[in-house]
Design a protein around this ligand. Sequence first.
Ligand code: GLY
Length: 333
Amino acid sequence: MEITVHTKTKDYPVIQERGILKRAAEVIGRQGHVFLVSDSGVPEQWRNILQEQYPDAHMHVFACGEQSKNFDTLKALLEDMLEHHVSRADTVIALGGGVVGDLAGFAAASYMRGIAYVNIPTTTLSQIDSSIGGKTAIDLNGHKNCVGAFWQPDMVLVDTDVLSTLSPRHYSNGLAEAIKEGLVFDEELFSVFEKDDYLEHIDEIIHRCLEIKKNVVEHDEREAGERKLLNFGHTIGHAYESSHGLNEYLHGECVGMGMLAIMENEELKERLRAVLKRLHLPLACDSDPQEVYRMLLNDKKADHDTITIVQVDEIGKGYLQKTDIESLWRKLI
Ligand code: GLY
């Protein structure tokens, strides 16, 4: 299945096909050299499949985890690119989850004022959400995605076969973003998770999420309006993540808890709670609420005392709501 994402800066294909990693070089088919980026969390078997197709290319592998999204890791990556004489005509290929895409994408966006990059996401989280749309970033002083750029990839290859090595925790972590897309945009998608056989539908789930995201990004690439809807659960979720120094809960786990905290409709909350439980996702964050609130005050989406949050009262019909940051305090206690 192939879709094309049309943006102001570029149009690019997103190709979803089982086994496509094995023929990535043929599909990518670019001029110039490539520079491969991955992390230690990506099983060697997937890294080797890519490396074998580019025997002369250097692969930069950094330590996995959100803690790597910092200036030091970025600097080491950029220095390695320079050392390997990566030029403006070359392409960065990112193989990994959201952290690899964010870092490699930001390196591609900033190296020599921007070079091409291809994303090969290897987790449910990155296949469902972060690999398309051009958001790249690192964290700053514990604040998520504080420094970054919009830099669209040139191509995205989604191979759901590589999900076979993902741990159950990371698998569910990414599905939290699909649950979010269902709640905000598509009741049918949400209802897939209300049945025990949801894992049998993984290819359709990912495809549907890519279609939803494509439409949103095409309407609002720089998040001036509609794209904010994708942040459902993220305002409180990011604060949960940051309050634990970004290393206790995974991103999707925080999004799940953040959606539950922000929602007001009790009946929907009950349906969401049941889905999160089915996927073994956490329901409540054990952070100190004062610390979570302190993190909320630094949210990128905040404008001094007010913040735009996403609310869902009816499944598939998410909407934006401007609110006082202070009013979020009662959601935390
Ligand atoms: N992850 C939300 C977005 O790309 O806008």
